[in-house]
Write a protein that binds this ligand. Structure first.
Ligand code: SF4
Length: 86
């Protein structure tokens, strides 16, 4: 996770369903008109996504148990959480 969050525009959160990695960048398959450029071949994660409830209904952050926006935030948490963490 520390390696992943070291990259630009990558964040993590944890909610009641577990840990999730967020890429704060638009998908390269997203067309200017808002449609998917590879709709018929879109990945399973896109097929499984439901938008009946989304961030327009309520801030996603309200449901986050933990939220890390940077390497520094995550390593600070790890150092407090795990006594033997370097
Ligand atoms: S459906 Fe998936 S692949 Fe298509 S634009 Fe959205 S995120 Fe990208």
């Amino acid at each position: 996770m520390l390696w992943q969050i070291s990259h630009a525009n990558v964040e993590f959160y944890k909610d009641e369903d577990g840990w999730f990695l967020m890429f704060i960048t638009p998908c390269e398959q997203l067309l200017d008109d808002g449609q998917c450029g590879i709709y018929k071949q879109r990945p399973d994660i896109c097929r499984e996504y439901e938008n009946d409830y989304c961030e327009y209904d309520a801030s996603a952050e309200e449901g986050f148990e933990l939220y890390f926006k940077s390497y520094k935030e995550l390593i600070t948490y790890c150092q407090k959480r795990f006594k033997k963490f370097p």
